[in-house]
Design a protein around this ligand. Structure first.
Ligand SMILES: Cc1cc2nc3c(=O)[nH]c(=O)nc-3n(C[C@H](O)[C@H](O)[C@H](O)COP(=O)(O)OP(=O)(O)OC[C@H]3O[C@@H](n4cnc5c(N)ncnc54)[C@H](O)[C@@H]3O)c2cc1C
Length: 372
């Protein structure tokens, strides 16, 4: 029997890790996956939900359908992690692991941005569902897509939100009565890829979207409907679409594993400083962006090493992100974070072919993980 592997979190990282171990080891895999949620939702589905392109029910992939030989999925809330003894406490009991994989993602720190709790954000499922109701009531004035801190998940997503908002308002015939501003802590929309950034800046200029670079939203005054930036500047808004500040889940911070908000790992192997404990995905500091493709790639490396088939590969920090450009077109950026002295990104122009490719990206994971 293989070592007892406990995987904390059933997101991109946890699902891929358990799937590979099940494929390689079958009934002997001896994997337990723990997640408090009832269903998985792709990050990008939040944009589709908020703009009314799909219903919330359509994007939920229930964990009850994640059925793999040698893998059990427990719906429990993790309340404590002891990385020294590899003991995990949940609201239902205790789990002892021989190998522990922390894949709990990044959480949102709403309190870090005063006023945000009374405005809107589109990074959680609940926030996207709320905006689905709010957006139809917006008829004129200024909308701000505002990032409250870095790092944040899926760096292209705020740019995508601004471009999709343009389409949404145009379709309703009210774009001329509205302004759109995008506030971002980076100097360009996608720093590792100058070509992607140039294409996005051109798309903003064509559509009259104001790009405010190198700034983050520090606080909001919902009474006055004003966003206060980190240089003290005030931007009035009629609709605020926020990206909250991120941090590791509280249970990870309380475990003592985190440094500067996330779990440090050896980038090539995803090992933490605790024997038998790995961290993959958004919860870890790997030197790659916080995105599902990177969580999944890191999980593959750990799974192959645990399955011990062949010489273990090293994590290369490569991944492709699809970027919604609006007008029914999608571009792609292929980024490489760990091969060279600095990150690089290659851009593919927005096209209809890439729309089909993104659909395949989602469909292939739905089939692989949930048998749909
Ligand atoms: C708007 C938006 C668009 C995005 N678009 C893309 C995209 O196009 N491509 C892409 O690759 N990425 C995209 N992302 C990013 C992507 O969703 C995340 O980076 C990815 O989900 C991270 O995977 P993970 O496995 O590290 O963590 P997650 O997928 O966040 O999984 C963590 C899991 O841990 C569970 N958990 C947390 N705390 C506890 C606890 N205490 N007890 C029990 N369970 C717990 C959670 O319920 C969750 O299921 C997007 C994100 C957003 C918000």
């Amino acid at each position: 029997m293989a070592a007892r592997i406990v995987v904390l979190g059933a997101g991109f990282g946890g699902l891929e890790l358990a799937t590979i171990l099940s494929e390689r080891l079958g009934d002997d895999a001896n994997v337990t996956v723990i997640d408090e949620a009832e269903a998985f939702v792709f990050g990008y589905s939040k944009l589709d939900v908020m703009f009314g392109r799909v219903t919330p029910a359509e994007v939920r992939l229930p964990y009850a359908e994640f059925v793999k030989p040698g893998v059990s999925v427990l719906r429990e809330r993790i309340t404590a992690i002891d990385p020294e003894s590899r003991r995990v406490t949940t609201d239902a009991g205790e789990h002892d692991a021989e190998v522990l994989v922390v894949a709990l993602g990044a959480d949102y720190d709403f309190d870090a941005t005063p006023g945000l709790a009374d405005a809107n954000e589109f990074y959680s499922v609940a926030g996207a569902e709320r905006l689905r109701e709010v957006l139809p009531t917006f008829t004129h004035g200024r909308a701000i897509v505002g990032v409250c801190g870095a790092p944040f998940k899926c760096p292209p997503a705020p740019s995508e939100a601004a471009l999709l908002l343009h389409d949404y308002l145009s379709e309703r015939g009210i774009r001329g009565d509205c302004e759109i501003s995008l506030v971002m802590p980076f100097s360009t929309p996608v720093p590792p890829s100058p070509d992607t950034s140039a294409a996005l800046l051109e798309a903003f200029a064509e559509r009259g979207i104001e790009f405010v670079p190198g700034r983050r939203v520090n606080s909001l005054d919902p009474g006055r409907e004003v966003a206060v930036l980190d240089d003290g500047a005030e931007l009035p808004y009629d609709l605020f679409l926020g990206v909250p500040r991120h941090r590791a889940p509280q249970v990870v911070l309380d475990s003592g594993m985190a440094e500067d908000g996330y779990v440090p790992v050896e980038s090539r192997t995803l090992r933490t400083r605790y024997p038998g404990v790995y961290a993959v995905g958004d919860v870890a500091t790997v030197g790659v962006p916080k995105a599902g493709v990177f969580s999944e790639g890191a999980a593959r490396i750990v799974a192959e090493s645990l399955a011990q088939d062949g010489r273990p590969r090293e994590y290369e920090g490569k991944g492709s992100c699809y970027v919604e450009f609006g007008a029914g077109r999608i571009g792609r950026v292929d980024v490489d974070f760990l091969s060279g002295p600095k990150p690089t990104g290659t851009f593919q122009e927005p096209s209809l072919e890439l729309v089909a490719e993104k659909q395949y990206f989602g469909a292939s994971r739905r089939a692989r993980w949930f048998g749909r």
